[in-house]
Design a protein around this ligand. Structure first.
Ligand code: ZN
Length: 255
């Protein structure tokens, strides 16, 4: 059983990934994530279960709809693969425990937030505020104390608000939105305040590394906002998986 666990977790994650694709598409459009079943946007044919096997169907169909031949976005198998990878990593890190399942579900939330933020530059409240509400129940099973979760919530909300106002005060521009504040507050519930500090640091670092070349590539449009949610999501995931080791290593160099 132990040897099969990573494989089972990955397959489980791939299938959940199909559902996450539905969430990414429908939540920002205010549609139900349960009904109706998925259809091809080109010809409206209901997608058959055997054409809906994660990644595999995409490869077998060569990335095209069986009915009308319209291209299927590469986004679908990519989200499925990422979901499978996240399940594999969470269950490898936390074993067959409630914490693994909770952190995987949380990672799925962050994955959906990432792609919605990339597409629409919004982070739906149902994911951020909904995550905060769920987090206060689920933190019982996590290696985070209630006190740390509460301080994490306040720090996540408060710190970003301070940064947003500070940035606005210095530059007269708005760098981040309210969606990022609610997202970081949600992250704080699941990681504690230590995770909030790490996430801001990691998110700003990766955001800058990606943002500078991105701004040069889009020279005509320097003001085009790069969504910050994906970088916060990445920082939070890195913290939960490897944060303790990275912090030890970092302070090992300093001291
Ligand atoms: Zn079609």
């Amino acid at each position: 059983m132990r040897a099969y666990l990573p494989l089972l977790a990955a397959i489980f994650g791939l299938f959940i990934g199909s559902f996450l694709n539905v969430c990414i598409h429908r939540i920002p459009r205010g549609e139900s994530i349960v009904f109706p079943p998925s259809k091809c946007p080109g010809c409206g044919t209901k997608i058959k279960p055997w054409d809906n096997i994660p990644v595999l169907s995409y490869l077998l169909l060569l990335g095209r709809c069986r009915g009308c031949g319209q291209r299927i976005s590469l986004r679908y198998p990519v989200v499925e693969l990422l979901s499978g990878l996240l399940a594999l990593t969470m269950f490898s890190a936390f074993g067959l425990t409630p914490a693994a399942l909770i952190y995987y579900a949380w990672a799925c939330n962050l994955l959906v937030v990432t792609f919605i933020d990339i597409d629409f530059q919004i982070i739906p409240d149902s994911l951020s505020l909904g995550g905060i509400a769920a987090g206060f129940v689920l933190v019982w099973w996590l290696p985070v104390s209630y006190a740390d979760a509460l301080i994490g919530l306040a720090a996540g909300g408060g710190l970003l608000i301070a940064i947003i106002y500070g940035y606005y005060f210095l530059t007269g521009k708005q760098g981040m939105g309210g969606g990022d504040v609610k997202l970081l507050a949600m992250i704080g519930v699941f990681t504690g305040w230590q995770g909030v500090l790490f996430t801001i640091f990691m998110g700003s670092l990766t955001g800058t590394l990606v943002g500078i070349p991105w701004a040069f590539a889009n020279r005509k449009n320097m003001q085009a906002a790069i969504p910050f949610g994906p970088f916060l999501a990445l920082g939070a995931l890195v913290y939960v998986l490897w944060g303790a080791r990275i912090i030890d290593w970092y302070f090992g160099i300093l001291l």
